[in-house]
Design a protein around this ligand. Structure first.
Ligand code: ADP
Ligand code: MG
Length: 573
């Protein structure tokens, strides 16, 4: 394992990282940090969201910057205000033990005077959105003649948001001999153009690693009719005690509507999207960070750069158009040593998207059943009973008055009393959830969505030890013209070998075809086997399985019922 120290960072920075609990550099950090420390070249670094890019550019700059509190030596440009604030906060943490370093955020939506004053007091690093930075340059408040390092963070996003002209103007003001670092999740054509235009002799690093937390995220989906999306969301939320997360929507309007409906149903939510004024956005983000609001209903753009570390759930009310955005979204949970759950609500027509996403993330999705009405109220009562069991003392009941009540109720036998008490307390919830429809949609049948029986199993002589994973297996199969699109059942990747289910009629052919293929230059040996594919049930590339899948959400008491308020719904107010 490489350490941050071996990468060449000084002891003050090391102490800061220690406090943050950063032990091992992420792959993009391991590559970018020594490069920025030593090389005279510019750098293009491509890595997904959540891979630790902020530290990758900040740490080596902090290691070299002259922290005099006066000379502006670095400018970091980022697409959104939220992200700029986040980068500033990260830099302050990294440089906690260097009191002389100053970093200043500038962004639109806040009074420019405040920012002008902050700049006049002097700073070493400016982090800002391109529009506002350009504005401050025009006003001659911000001068970039002493800049040594320029960072374009989330360059792809900045260009998508139409900041090209501002970037042109800003970069024109920086000295020729500056170094430019471009960080981006993707290398789009416009990013390549920016690189061509502004970077000299740049090296490129690209890390295909997953999000730092991606290993700890489990992916689930629910399948409902298009009209039942919202109702399903409610039931799913009711079923998740202590949910703290983001509900992603595709458009501003959708986010607004979902939020309004959630509020109307008494859930604790706020909307975050482009139509909301900056000032409110900041306030909402702040309350969300403090967990005063537990659900944020957001669009992709608005959620960019939100860095809340302990989201329990990311919920896709609607899938994003681009698969890549799914990774961005779900990268917001499972961070920082915690595990997270990504939930997606789809309609039967969207099953193919789930199969595609499985390939993109290299992990399987679990199909879950939307709880039935009865499940919902039983779960809520169950949570309450657990609270009663664990609550040791009665609070706030005047002793004498309490005795009187006990006296009065003593005529009713204990069993009756419990029944009355529970039905009284939950009558509304029971009423709301009784006789409600089962929201689970049928799988789409028909030729295109044939279900994989997976009743024959094929074994190949490559497994985890050889670097094979689900994504790799699909890659392998799709690399063959004759196998492309073939459906696969349960997959069991073992250290030495992999076993997966296929349709009986095709098994012979698939075996034959696989034996013609190579994996990483070595011949594949495929056989038909009786061995079990193991406990993990995979849904089939296109079909959406049923078989051994867990059909119900886990019942019973949740350990997470830490709250002490016998609230109706934990995620509700
Ligand atoms: P990106 O900019 O690539 O989306 P960030 O820089 O925002 O990613 O980092 C994602 C999360 O991972 C942050 O919460 C950050 O604190 C954390 N993180 C970054 N580097 C490390 C590391 N080396 N060890 C542990 N956590 C890290
Ligand atoms: Mg980032």
């Amino acid at each position: 394992m490489t350490t941050f120290k071996e990468l060449g960072l000084n002891s003050d920075i090391m102490k800061g990282l220690d406090d943050l609990g950063f032990v091992e550099p992420s792959p993009v950090q391991a590559k970018a940090i020594p490069f920025i420390l030593k090389s005279k070249k510019d750098l293009i670094a491509l890595a997904q969201t959540g891979t630790g890019k902020t530290a990758a550019f900040s740490l080596p700059i902090l290691n070299q910057i002259k922290a005099d509190g006066k000379t502006i030596q670095t400018i970091i440009l980022s697409p959104t205000r939220e992200l700029a604030i986040q980068i500033c906060a990260d830099i302050k943490n990294f440089s906690k033990y260097n009191k002389n370093l100053k970093v200043t955020p500038v962004y639109g939506g806040e009074k420019i005077d405040i920012q002008i004053n902050a700049l006049r007091r002097g700073t070493n690093i400016v982090v800002g959105t391109p529009g506002r930075v350009h504005d401050l340059i025009r006003r001659k408040v911000l001068r970039l003649h002493s800049i040594r390092w320029v960072v374009l963070d989330e360059a792809d996003e900045m260009l998508d948001m139409g900041f090209k002209d501002d970037l042109d103007a800003i970069l024109a003001q920086t000295p020729e001999e500056r170094k430019t670092f471009l960080f981006s999740a993707t290398m789009s054509k416009s990013v390549a153009n920016i690189a061509m235009q502004y970077m000299r002799d740049a090296d490129e690093i690209s890390v295909g690693e997953k999000n730092i937390g991606a290993e700890k995220v489990s992916h689930e989906y629910y399948m409902v009719g298009a009209r039942d999306r919202f109702e399903a969301l409610k039931r799913i939320l009711d079923y998740l005690p202590g949910v703290y997360g983001i509900v992603f929507c595709r458009t501003r309007r959708e986010a607004q509507q979902v939020d309004e409906k959630l509020k109307a149903s008494n859930y604790d939510s706020e909307a975050l999207h482009g139509d909301i004024a900056q000032a409110s956005r900041t306030r909402i983000m702040d309350r969300f960070k403090k967990k005063q609001v537990r659900l944020l209903v957001a669009t992709d753009v608005a959620a960019r750069g939100i860095d809340v570390n302990d989201l329990s759930h990311v919920i896709n009310f609607n899938l994003p158009d681009q698969n890549e955005a799914y990774t961005h979204r779900t990268g917001r949970t499972g961070r920082a040593k915690k595990s997270g759950v990504a939930i997606t609500i789809i309609t039967p027509r969207e099953q193919k998207r789930i199969r595609d996403l499985e390939k993109v993330i290299g992990k399987q999705f679990d199909l879950k059943k939307v709880p039935k009405g009865e499940d919902v109220y039983k779960k809520l009562i169950d949570n309450f009973v657990v609270e009663l069991e664990t609550e040791s003392e009665e609070k706030g009941v005047n002793d004498k008055y309490f005795d009187e009540i006990v006296q009065r109720l003593s005529k009713i036998n204990k069993e009756d009393l419990i029944k009355r008490f529970i039905s009284q307390k939950f009558s509304q919830v029971i009423k709301e959830n009784k006789n409600v429809n089962d929201l689970n949609a049928e799988e789409k049948k028909g030729s295109e969505h044939k279900r994989v029986t997976g009743n024959k199993k094929i074994k190949i002589n490559f497994g985890k030890k050889h670097g094979l994973d689900v994504k790799g297996l699909f890659g392998l199969i799709n690399s063959s013209k004759n196998l492309k699109g073939v459906e696969i059942g349960a997959i069991n990747i073992r250290p030495e070998m992999t076993i997966f289910g296929v349709e009986e009629e095709l098994s012979g052919e698939i075996k034959k075809e696989l034996n013609e293929l190579k994996y990483r230059g070595k011949r594949i040996l495929a056989t038909i086997t009786d061995e079990d594919a193991g406990p993990r049930t995979f849904s089939g590339r296109r079909g959406g399985g049923s078989g051994g899948r867990r059909n119900r959400p886990p019942r019973g008491r949740s350990k997470g019922s830490g709250g002490n308020r016998p609230s109706k719904f934990r995620s509700r107010k």
